[in-house]
Design a protein around this ligand. Sequence first.
Ligand SMILES: [Zn+2]
Length: 309
Amino acid sequence: MIGFFPGFINEIIGLKLNIRRASIIYLRKDQMIFFLRLLKSENLFYEVSDFYRSFNSLGYTKDVSEIKPSNSQIYSIYISKDMETVKELKTLDCARNTLTSEDFFLKMGALLGYPKCCTMSYIAKLDSPDFLNDSKLCPELSDDVEPFLRLFNVRNGEKVNYLLNDFLFPHLRQHIVCNYACEESIKQLVKITDYLKKKFPIEYSSFEYLLKQSLMYVGNRCFVSFIDLKEMGNSIYSYSMCTFNFNKLFEQNSQNGFKIDESYQIFKHFLEGDSFENSSNSVKIFKDKKLIHEQFKRHKYDCFFIHVI
Ligand SMILES: [Zn+2]
């Protein structure tokens, strides 16, 4: 019987509800025994990739020639309700370098049940000059395309549907949305969360609480999350508490020298304050309506605010 494992269970439920024909999850060897047993108990078919990805200073890579300790080797697990689809997915993943990226992502997106609008947008954005120019503003994210693409897909201060909140891990889906109001993605996630609410009411509600926290990207792969955030008008927001999150997606990269000191200084001011004003040039932090700090933004992704609703 499957338990509640955020970031994993939504993939399995997506298969059960026929939202997708197949799914890929990424696991280290030491995590495999447990999850593979779980897949069997759910009558799902799977195969493990013949190659692994590993974390290095440049993030995810497929370089298998580099010898790494086994806990940094990440294998792809191809899953479906039938073995034929498992094989189809595995073969496609291995053929990545023989196909054009458009062909590869279209086929992969269709198998994994990604909305077509999101797959098309992903392909188009990767080569767009705006994306390439903007990604240079966040050099700490430029080694892995997807974290930056998430920021690129949203505007500073934009309201984001909590179901689509994927800025921190775990979240509800794997695909990168075309925009943070994508109706096709929301439709899929409503089906998945309806199932989760019925089956795991307590676990789901604490997961939903995390998804509903608004965020500010403060650089160096760090976010400040705001608890009980309220809009006060004129881009002013109050909050009862905040937390500092080093994005778990990149936790293993922390030893590779990402400096969090500067981001932590900003967090300390948020911790002291109780409200802030977000504009395109700066973030003003207040305590009892008194200005205690003004942080000037160096570029448009600096202190980038994501208002989750
Ligand atoms: Zn979409």
